[in-house]
Design a protein around this ligand. Structure first.
Ligand SMILES: O=C(O)CCC(=O)C(=O)O
Ligand SMILES: [Fe+2]
Length: 221
């Protein structure tokens, strides 16, 4: 028995990182962890995203399901949903699922599903201040963003600015550097993406509670 255990290949152990994230969310409602996404996942997401041709992208919309509209005054990024068909997508979804299970055990958040997409902000693209979920319309509970840009400099813009509440106009800035993780409670933190001076690559995702118990079918996006 013991020999078997010792011979197991080294598994990447996420529990230390997951615990730090849980503590951040418990105490502050958000977590910013520079370079924390395992490098193998970050690198495979980036190479997959770079291989997507423009036909795979759609203009990002505002709102949900059939109510979704494109509003170029609010956001100008383009997105591609991750369905787990690629190895990169699978690795990412597995990792996100492991984090979901950890946070559910640790914080009793009742997270049920996870949806995510690649986002490409071409030069000049932005996403104006918004919240990811509206109170009373409980669906997205926890937002998770990771960034896939190496060598991002102060002049490149494109920071995520996370505000404490509606009255906060200073916020916390997050540089979209490779492997940095940003998580925040979706209803509580208004945020924006400042205009990027060069191509900005990221993956944005949301954990949702199961709200399909209501009378209407809850659209997956
Ligand atoms: O890319 C980011 O930093 C945040 C993106 C965002 O706010 C969103 O897609 O809802
Ligand atoms: Fe957002």
């Amino acid at each position: 028995m013991l020999a078997n255990v010792i011979n197991l290949p080294a598994q990447h152990d996420n529990s230390h990182l997951f615990e730090l994230i849980a503590q951040d969310i418990e105490t502050k409602g958000f977590s910013i962890r520079p370079g924390a996404l395992p490098a193998l996942i970050a690198e495979s997401l980036l190479s997959h995203q770079l291989s997507l041709n423009s036909a795979k992208y759609q203009d990002a919309g505002i709102g949900r399901g059939e109510d979704q509209i494109t509003n170029r005054f609010v956001r100008t990024d383009e997105i591609c949903w991750i369905n787990g068909e690629s190895d990169a997508g699978k690795r990412w979804l597995d990792w996100a699922n492991e984090l979901k299970n950890y946070l559910n055990r640790r914080l009793f958040l009742g997270l049920f599903s996870f949806e995510s997409h690649f986002a490409h902000y071409p030069q000049g693209a932005f996403y104006k201040r918004h919240v990811d979920s509206f109170k009373g319309n409980t669906n997205r509970v926890l937002s998770l963003v990771t960034y896939l840009n190496s060598n991002w400099s102060n002049d490149d813009g494109g920071e995520l600015v996370l505000y404490q509440d509606e009255t906060d106009h200073v916020g916390t800035r997050v540089v979209p550097l490779m492997g940095t993780l940003a998580l925040f409670l979706s209803e509580d933190f208004p945020h924006e993406v400042l205009p990027a001076a060069r191509d900005r690559y990221s993956v944005a995702g949301w954990y949702r509670v199961n709200s399909s118990m209501t009378d209407r079918v809850d659209p997956p996006r």
